[in-house]
Design a protein around this ligand. Structure first.
Ligand SMILES: *Cc1c(COP(=O)(O)O)cnc(C)c1O
Length: 359
């Protein structure tokens, strides 16, 4: 067996321990004589899995009791529609455009209401988080929407907008459980699992009770949070295996010390890479320093051929998926929770050597 360091933006690395446990339990989960993949979602064994996964999310993120935790399908993209379909009352929402995901979410929300783009960083290829001035907010909006961590561009909010009574909604697909978040500051948080918590297929939604039950009568049943909340995410067959593996990741994270401890490790990991980029004569980060993501680190050299050479040689050396998004070019290292610190240290050593050899 040979494992590589996988810097993919998603689906991305899972902790080795988690994969090993999933392997060990593959054919016979907990003495049931079946794989979790073969189990009824109405069975006692699966009910324990989903209930435990929910409890572990609640513990890890310190979720207040007046929030529901839902396990849904359809990824982040389905949330782009579910959020407006469920949260619009008068049909007005504020969006901050910090990248492709925010832009897509806003475009979806325009189908059913009026979207006010409060601010945008499109002018500089989304390389910063725009300064938000409360005078630009609509105090009567049904909700205020942000993409907390911008996976493609490598930016993240370090302070959250104060939206008063307007519920703050955040897409946390690429930074869930990577840093401490005060859930009570949000009306709704959601994340596709495949970046930071598990295999693709399950989407976690954390929603304050008062935001449930406002969908219009013509909202498709499957897109109504109320249905899923009432049925405790078992209205229809949930993505059982993805929920099970995510549950193993939550246990791994708890054992490691929880989200606060994970944040410290993530700050250290990102720090190693940013420090190198700030001191390199060949490589540089593309993001305004104060808005840098802990999870996604885009960087470039000033020469496209050199970028391509770097990606090729890095791949051969066991550092895979470092090619940047086509809209930014260059490279991007996604260093989610499961990326060990050695992976980042070794990548930096490799970059130093590459810089030395290609001067
Ligand atoms: C990956 C990603 C998405 C898209 O998620 P899908 O699950 O592929 O629909 C949306 N938002 C953010 C922040 C992402 O990183």
């Amino acid at each position: 067996m040979s494992r590589v360091y996988n810097f993919s933006a998603g689906p991305s690395m899972l902790p080795l321990e988690v994969l090993e446990q999933a392997r060990d339990e593959m054919l016979d989960y907990g003495g049931t004589g079946t794989s979790v993949m073969e189990m009824s979602h109405r069975s006692k064994a699966f009910d324990d899995i989903i209930k435990q996964a929910e409890q572990d999310i609640r513990d890890l993120m310190a979720i207040p009791d007046n929030y529901k935790v839902l396990f849904l399908q359809g990824g982040g993209h389905t949330q782009f529609a579910m959020v407006p379909l469920n949260l619009y009352k008068t049909g007005h929402a504020d969006y901050v455009k910090t990248g492709q995901w925010a832009k897509k979410a806003a475009e979806e929300a325009k189908k059913w209401g009026e979207v006010n783009i409060v601010a945008s960083s499109e002018d500089k290829t989304y390389s910063y988080i725009p300064k938000l001035d409360k005078s630009m907010f609509n105090p009567n909006a049904d909700y205020f929407y942000i993409t907390y961590n911008n996976t493609i561009y490598g930016t993240r909010y370090t302070t959250l907008p104060d939206t008063g009574n307007v519920p703050l909604v955040a897409d946390i697909s690429s930074n869930i459980m990577s840093e401490v978040m005060d859930v009570s500051k949000f009306g709704l948080l959601y994340a596709g699992a495949q970046k930071n918590v598990g295999p693709a297929g399950v989407t976690i939604v954390i929603i304050r009770d008062d935001l449930i039950g406002n969908a219009k009568a013509d909202c498709p049943t499957m897109l109504d949070y109320k249905i899923h909340a009432e049925k405790e995410s078992l209205y229809n067959t949930p993505p059982c295996y993805s929920i099970y593996v995510a549950g193993l990741v939550f246990k791994w994270l708890k054992k490691l010390g929880g989200v606060a401890e994970m944040q410290k490790i993530n700050e250290e990991k990102a720090g190693i890479l940013y420090d190198f980029l700030d001191n390199s004569m060949m490589f540089r980060g593309t993001v305004t320093p104060q808005d840098r993501s802990l999870m996604n680190v885009p960087f470039v050299t000033d020469d496209d051929d050199l970028n391509a050479k770097f990606v090729k040689e890095a791949t051969a050396a066991g550092f895979i998926n470092l090619k940047g998004h086509r809209t930014v070019g260059g490279m991007r290292a996604s260093i989610y929770n499961a990326m060990p610190i050695e992976g980042v240290q070794k990548l930096v050593e490799f970059m130093k050597k590459f810089e030395h050899d290609n001067k």
